[in-house]
Design a protein around this ligand. Sequence first.
Ligand code: ADE
Ligand code: ZN
Length: 326
Amino acid sequence: PALAALLRDMPKAELHVHIEGTLEPELIFALAERNQVDLPYADVASLREAYAFSDLQSFLDIYYAGASVLLHEQDFYDMARAYLARAVSDHVLHAEIFFDPQTHTARGVPMASVINGLYRACRDAERDWGISCTLILCFLRHLSEDDAFRTLAQAMPLRDRFIGIGLDSSELGHPPEKFARVFAHCRELGLHLVAHAGEEGPAAYVWSALDTLQVERIDHGVQAHQDEALMQRLARERIALTVCPLSNQKLQVFPDLALHNLPQMLDAGVAVTVNSDDPAYFGGYINENFEQLFAATGMGPRQAYQLARNSLEAGFVGEARKKAWV
Ligand code: ADE
Ligand code: ZN
């Protein structure tokens, strides 16, 4: 119980959450009704029943279908507002939120509706609850690099409203180097860079995210454990990994949380963090990820403290703010 209270109450940062992955079934149905969107599920219960995933792609198919109810700026605001309220109650001091604009612009939703709705929710949450919150625009890696360039161009009028660029969606067959030119361009624009790598894909994708894309953090990165030289580099350079235990379990990366490699990576000196990825789909927000991981692996207060500290140190925030946190 003392450990559970520590995990729950300790201040932390969330650095890997897809805002579309926080869309709860109840909100999906409410927005479907508000926007007159037809869903291929009769009700909340039958939608939830479809949340049984065998791998990343089986999840992504349902995740993109759920996002189809998002049409207007207010929809994006409502979704982010609900997530941020939840993050505050989990003692998240700072959240860096991923969003997937191509999922929406491909359906005719204006880029400005997406970004302005999310941005307004961030500013309101900072004002109302004191949480710090920033946005990271993710390119979908199953689409082309040209599509990513067009997406970036659409977002440039709102450049001041997001701090970085990420890379997500189907990993296998879409290595980081597919996006070398657009990441180089984003780097010149002064954007922070992250990428999903080594979730289902090989350690080689983590190397190329670091060397070709020059990312500052790796999202997931759990397959790095296969490669001793890579582990040593991650530890030496203090490159943070944003690990998502319940996601890894539900997508069968580690079907049993007791076999998750986060404790070993932490022991090896890698700056791992605990995050929620797509909490509405994977059965829990950040505190649930901490609690279930600790219950399954037997980690204790020392590791809890280190993980919280890692998360606050790995955020894209000024050194002065960081000092106040850690
Ligand atoms: N988009 C949302 N969640 C994702 C994940 N876990 N991996 C890749 N793309 C995603
Ligand atoms: Zn993710």
